[in-house]
Design a protein around this ligand. Structure first.
Ligand code: SF4
Length: 620
């Protein structure tokens, strides 16, 4: 892909991006320095498309700021007051719960830190919300608040998190990071924990299966080098834990802080550059958020073509930024958010707190399995009259059951579950013998797995069913399956772990700490049945119409024809993100059969018969 760069100094950076090479601090500074804003946006949009396709996520959420009383006095904060101040407030649990309604799927709680609230009061907030609205995910308390609880209530950070998690906490917001520069911390928020403390809390959360967000407060006294250093530190932590869901650049609202004149907001150009640079620097972050509360709706809308793929949500009510003079509305209606996303030419996707799609607000949307092995199908899809939603197989099946997709490459189990409303097409993802990316990492041989606990991926039903069959019918043992934590690479505490897709491929190549034996489930099936294994099949919704079907079939045919014999080249970028050599990528992709022939159909029938015998229709 080529652009007409006005600033040709960007060309070497663009080459790195296309090859999947990591950008340096110097690259980041060059991106900030460029006057070629449009090329910067195109590069960031390209990087975003690799991760999210045409999707932009939003959530129906309610912000709760339970009190503005705070023992700290950060210089940039226009929200906090001291106890006794005329504007001080403290919300009871009942007042908090009264703000929620059943359609809210995420409650986001952050606030001041009063000296006299007991620990039980925080637990009660989380527990009560969780019990009254079990379908509402609780995202609560920044690392600063967790550290405050740890010191005030004399509990280790892990114990604070464990009790909150038991009460119903699902994820944590990313606030309190500000800028990881010690120079800025000493000048603006010297009572707060610095980078080391912030990362300590987040890494502890990730280890415990609590994914978190991350932020950068920019546009005050920080330098561009300090912004980029902040991003690089986050990138390194993400390499280590994989527990960050999103990165949120927060534009500084000057208010009456005196740090900047009251109305001297960040410029739209600085906002867009920061969104784009963060998308390009944070190559291992799944999402970048355009937080409309601080950016304004207009800038957030443009940011959706500068690398952002998340609009936050309806918010409901927000005081922290508005006390500091934010000029955005207090809340947005769901329809307004959908309109903003559609105006930007993207698909509005309503999500939960983990970024699982709940509802797709667009038609002609095709589900794309976001793994390397499906790449040859999608090469020429940009030309088709449809939109692409990358989504893991199990979630694609859930959307298909709700008739929300025009077509998709469905996991075999999901195709069977929804076959009444789907027409099977002529393509699939089938193995010849081994697969290399549906792997059981174990500390025990098959026979010794009886009664053991196996952590199983949250991403598919077919591979789980295959594992269940192998255990029951081939090895005659029974194990207990437990779902792995969504969004967190924490594989501790199991006797074996089942992974699929890119995660499995990566760990098959690089090893999975704590597990010594690796089983390839397709190779196990082949050894047993002497058949290929069909993991996924293409199917189109019966109500999608003949035009849609023929356009899709043409796109698939063209993609497969154009990619045949070129797997090394087309898989190079994706492979690099998994640290795989192009030769290995080529060998891996050559191991698949993408055409649904008679042998594959026979293997499908055999799997279906056995699955029905062993555990009919079970989804764990
Ligand atoms: S930024 Fe947070 S910790 Fe600092 S004074 Fe404001 S509410 Fe308190």
């Amino acid at each position: 892909m080529t652009f007409n760069f006005r600033d040709t100094s960007l060309v070497p950076i663009w080459e790195k991006i296309q090859k999947g090479e990591r950008l340096s601090m110097a690259d980041g500074l060059a991106l900030y320095a460029t006057p070629d804003l449009i090329s910067l946006g195109k590069m960031a949009n390209f990087a975003q498309q690799q991760k999210s396709g045409d999707a932009v996520y939003f959530v129906l959420n309610q912000k709760i700021e339970h009190t503005n009383i705070c023992v700290l006095s950060c210089k940039f904060c226009d929200f906090a007051v001291k106890k006794g101040d005329a504007s001080a407030y403290e919300m009871t649990t009942d007042e908090i719960v009264s703000k929620l309604t059943p359609e809210i799927t995420e409650v986001h709680i952050t606030g001041g830190m009063p000296a006299d609230w007991p620990w039980e009061r925080y637990l009660d907030i989380v527990r009560t919300i969780h019990s009254r609205y079990p379908a509402t995910d609780v995202k609560a308390f920044t690392a600063i608040e967790i550290d405050f609880f740890h010191k005030k209530f004399r509990m280790p950070v892990e114990e604070v998190l464990r009790q909150l998690k038991d009460a119903g906490l699902k994820t944590m917001p990313g606030g309190g990071a500000e800028v990881f520069s010690e120079r800025v911390r000493r000048r603006l928020f010297n009572q707060k924990i610095g980078a080391k403390g912030w990362f300590g809390v987040h890494k502890a959360a990730h280890r415990m299966g609590i994914p978190t967000n991350s932020t950068l407060l920019y546009g005050h006294i920080e330098t561009l080098e300090e912004r980029l250093d902040h991003m690089v530190q986050l990138r390194e932590a993400q390499d280590e834990t994989g527990g960050f869901l999103t990165f949120i650049p927060l534009a500084f609202q000057p208010g009456d802080t005196g740090i900047k004149p009251r109305n001297q907001f960040t410029s739209a150009i600085d906002d867009l550059k920061t969104i784009a640079v963060s998308r390009l620097m944070l190559d291992n972050f799944p999402h970048i958020k355009a937080y409309w509360v601080m950016l304004t709706e207009e800038v957030a809308s443009v940011a959706l073509n500068f690398g952002a793929d998340d609009m936050d949500g309806t918010v409901g009510e927000e005081r922290i930024a508005h006390d500091a003079g934010a000029i955005s509305p207090m809340k947005l209606a769901k329809d307004q958010i959908i309109r903003i996303i559609k105006d930007a030419g993207k698909i509005p996707v309503e999500r939960d707190v983990y970024y699982n799609p709940l509802k797709v607000h667009s038609d002609r949307v095709i589900g794309k399995i976001p793994y390397l092995n499906s790449l040859p199908f999608y090469h020429d899809f940009e030309k088709g009259p449809f939109r692409i939603l990358p989504i893991v197989p199990r979630r694609m099946g859930i959307l298909a059951a709700d008739n929300q997709l025009a077509a998709g490459l469905y996991s075999l189990m999901d195709y069977y579950r929804n076959e009444a409303s789907l027409d099977l097409l002529d393509w699939c993802i089938a193995t010849r013998d081994q697969v290399k990316s549906v792997m059981l990492f174990s500390n025990h041989g098959w026979a010794d797995l009886d009664g053991r606990i196996i952590g199983v991926t949250d991403e598919t039903a077919t591979s789980i069913q295959l594992l269940r069959l192998l255990l029951a019918n081939k090895y005659h043992v029974k194990a207990e399956f437990r779902r792995l934590h969504a969004g967190v690479n924490d594989y501790t505490g199991y006797d074996a772990v089942l992974l699929i897709g890119d995660q499995a491929l990566y760990h098959n190549r690089h090893g999975l700490e704590g597990y010594e034996i690796v089983y390839d489930l397709a190779a196990e099936w082949y050894e047993w049945k002497k058949m290929p294994f069909v993991f996924a099949v293409w199917a189109v919704a019966k109500n999608a119409g003949p035009e849609m079907r023929s356009a899709l079939e043409a796109a698939i045919r063209e993609s497969l024809a154009n990619t045949e014999g070129r797997y090394r080249a087309i898989g190079e970028l994706h492979g690099r993100t998994l640290r795989l050599h192009p030769e290995y990528v080529e060998e891996y992709l050559e191991g698949f059969n993408y055409t649904l022939g008679d042998r594959e159909k026979e293997a499908m029938r055999e799997f279906r018969k056995l699955a029905a015998e062993v555990n009919p229709g079970v989804v764990i």
